[in-house]
Design a protein around this ligand. Structure first.
Ligand code: GYE
Length: 326
């Protein structure tokens, strides 16, 4: 009798252990014993075309990879992301991934995830935590390089001119990695020639509405704007409305550089309203799911995984548009 019972118990333990193993042996079980990986994902919000494409990529690839996704939209608020991460910890998910709205202020909650032995993957945006053991890897673009690419196009465009070039800048969300880095990369390149002057720079929070509003204010206080550098397509598209509203021709009276290369941006580029777009790929889902599987299995992954990106002129946009997936 005792023997039979202990055999049964042993069998039970083996099954449990196997389930634990399959769900990653990372401490979290995701509440399911079916061997499926559960990922908690805290998204920034739905502020731009880029973000919509990014969300779709993550949701679609979770399905394809057989990963159960708990998805939460933070509406561009850090406090909502912290709440979501805490709730993922409570639910004992196998892995947490998130795109941090701003760079600072994550150490406490990341420590909580670490203590709960739940691995964290940074997607798209970085944190400025000194302790890099708080996350397993960071998947996303090199935003400084994107800013440099924007600056290099400008330098080339005005290489024969000796006159001052008045630039206005629409920055992304204050304190976010892409806003900081795209500003710095651009500044690094244009500072080589004093004819380039950033005469106004303000956040448009990565949205079309804010981009329009801030550009209207720029136009009112600066009669002589030569160039707009917008940290994403959406703000650039909002600014185009403001420029047209002021009776000027976007792409001619004011040259426009943006970042992202989502469909609406590419259409405006093909139409000559934007002059140059630096690509930033939102299709991070497949790589994210791949990294998640490895991390949950306890495999080593590189600390940094970069996305490959290019740039587009109007001609290149015309050629790329028919097959552009987002
Ligand atoms: O460029 C912008 C979005 O973090 C790279 O966020 C992302 C940026 C993207 O709102 O459109």
């Amino acid at each position: 009798m005792f023997k039979r019972m202990s055999a049964l118990l042993l069998a039970g333990v083996t099954v449990l252990a196997a389930a634990g193993c399959a769900s990653g042996g990372s401490g979290g079980s995701g509440g399911a014993d079916d061997g499926k990986i559960t990922m908690g994902f805290s998204q920034v919000g739905a502020e731009s075309g880029w973000r919509t494409a990014n969300t779709k990529s993550i949701q679609d690839s979770a399905k394809t990879a057989g990963i159960e996704l708990k998805f939460s939209d933070a509406q561009q608020k850090q406090e909502n992301q912290i709440k979501a991460i805490r709730s993922f910890i409570q639910q004992k998910v196998d892995v947490i991934a998130f795109s941090p709205v701003v760079e600072s202020g994550w150490d406490t909650v990341l420590k909580e995830a670490q203590n709960a032995k739940i691995p964290v993957i940074l997607t798209d945006r970085a944190v400025d935590s000194a302790d890099t053991s708080l996350y397993k890897t960071f998947l996303g673009s090199d935003f400084v390089e994107e800013g440099r690419k924007a600056g290099k196009w400008l330098v080339e465009e005005y290489k024969d001119s000796t006159e001052t070039v008045n630039i206005v800048q629409l920055e992304g969300t204050t304190g976010s990695a892409p806003a900081n880095d795209r500003r710095d990369g651009f500044a690094e390149i244009i500072k080589a020639d004093p004819k380039f002057k950033v005469i106004a720079s303000q956040t448009g929070d990565f949205t079309r509405a804010k981009g329009k509003e801030v550009m209207e204010a720029f136009l009112k206080s600066n009669p002589d704007i030569d160039v707009l550098y917008a940290h994403n397509d959406d703000m650039g598209l909002g600014a185009i409305e403001a420029i047209e509203g002021a009776g000027k021709v976007p792409g001619k009276d004011i040259k426009i550089i943006t970042v992202d290369a989502v469909k609406d941006g590419m259409q405006a580029l093909a139409d000559g309203k934007i002059n140059f777009i630096v690509e930033c790929s939102p299709i991070l889902g497949p790589q994210l799911m791949d990294l998640a599987k490895k991390v949950v299995a306890g495999e080593q992954v590189p600390q940094r995984v970069l996305t490959e990106e290019t740039t587009f002129t109007p001609e290149q946009a015309k050629a790329a548009l028919p097959t552009r997936p987002y």
